[in-house]
Design a protein around this ligand. Structure first.
Ligand SMILES: [Zn+2]
Length: 300
């Protein structure tokens, strides 16, 4: 909302096309795929990008820099466009290249687990910014300074959980961050490292009197949208739900969630309803204990 006029709410998705004119020699990268070759005239180059999938305004990006622009694809032919800053440190570059090389495998893992990749392309923008962060900008997440493996699988998970299905209200943000964190756990297990159960146990080992357990996940308030419990208790909620309703119902609910609300938004109440439909169970007490009541859950 600081660089283009827009109805800045995720319930008002739109398609985007970009024309970005920059000094010759600089690269401009955005969401989606190149619409045509860049055009250079009088020392300025115009770059054209087209993002034809419905997109929330907060997931839109236009990045300009000294990028090495690289094109590849997954085994199924999904285009991957990576823009990697020329100026990363050697250590960060090595970490980044190793992580980006896993993108096709990660997308395949997520497609096998859930539903097909929701957009026309994927990839990454890795910039040598002064502060560290990452953001799941649609089709092309932004990584500041370095792209670590756990962060890359987190941002790719957001393409399904957050981007294709966006939170209906910002208070539903745990549906973004809990899911992306849970996919980190699943990827770790898939890669032969810590299992999802071990990650869950790590969360439950946080002492009951720790402030971690005080934040109400389903409505954390504007100042606490991105606090650690949104991520970790959110992921633990999903693991506990899977245990309660079983793998088959959990998978059916997840696929229904990603199908029914694709290119749209959903709320915590919508997610609860789908989980109840898939399992045939009344889950009001479960979601109250995990998302609405403060305190470390003991029974659910
Ligand atoms: Zn996230």
């Amino acid at each position: 909302m600081t660089w283009y006029p827009v109805s800045d709410h995720q319930t008002d998705k739109a398609t985007y096309s970009f024309e970005i004119t920059v000094p010759e020699g600089k690269v401009a990268v955005a969401n989606g795929l190149p619409a045509r070759d860049p055009v250079t005239e009088d020392g300025w180059t115009t770059w054209f990008w087209d993002a034809p999938d419905a997109q929330a305004s907060y997931l839109t990006t236009a990045s300009v820099g000294d990028f090495d622009l690289r094109f590849s694809e997954t085994a199924e032919g999904l285009p991957i466009v990576d823009a990697v800053d020329d100026n990363l440190t050697a250590t960060n570059r090595a970490t980044t290249e190793a992580s980006l090389a896993l993108q096709a495998d990660m997308i395949g893992f997520l497609e096998a687990a859930f539903v097909p990749y929701p957009f026309n392309s994927s990839g990454a923008i890795v910039d040598d910014d002064t502060v560290g962060y990452a953001l799941e900008t649609q089709t092309r997440p932004v990584y500041s300074r370095v792209a670590r493996e756990s962060t890359v699988v987190h941002e790719l998970a957001h393409q399904w959980f957050g981007d294709a299905v966006s939170p209906g209200r910002w208070q539903d943000i745990w549906l973004n961050e809990g899911w992306a964190t849970y996919v980190e756990w699943l990827w770790s297990e898939h890669s032969g490292r810590e299992t999802a159960q071990m990650s869950f146990d790590d969360v439950m080992d946080i002492p009951a009197d720790n402030a971690f357990w005080e934040l109400p996940i389903a409505d954390p308030g504007a100042d606490d949208l991105f606090e650690a419990p949104i991520y970790d208790r959110g992921a633990a909620t999903l693991h506990a739900l899977r245990g309660k309703i079983g793998d088959d119902a959990f998978l059916a609910a997840t696929r229904e969630w990603l199908t029914r609300y694709d290119d749209s938004t959903g709320t915590t109440e919508d997610f609860q309803a789908i989980s109840e439909e898939a399992s045939g169970q009344d889950l009001q007490a479960f979601f109250d204990v995990w998302l609405r009541a403060p305190g470390r859950p003991t029974t659910w």
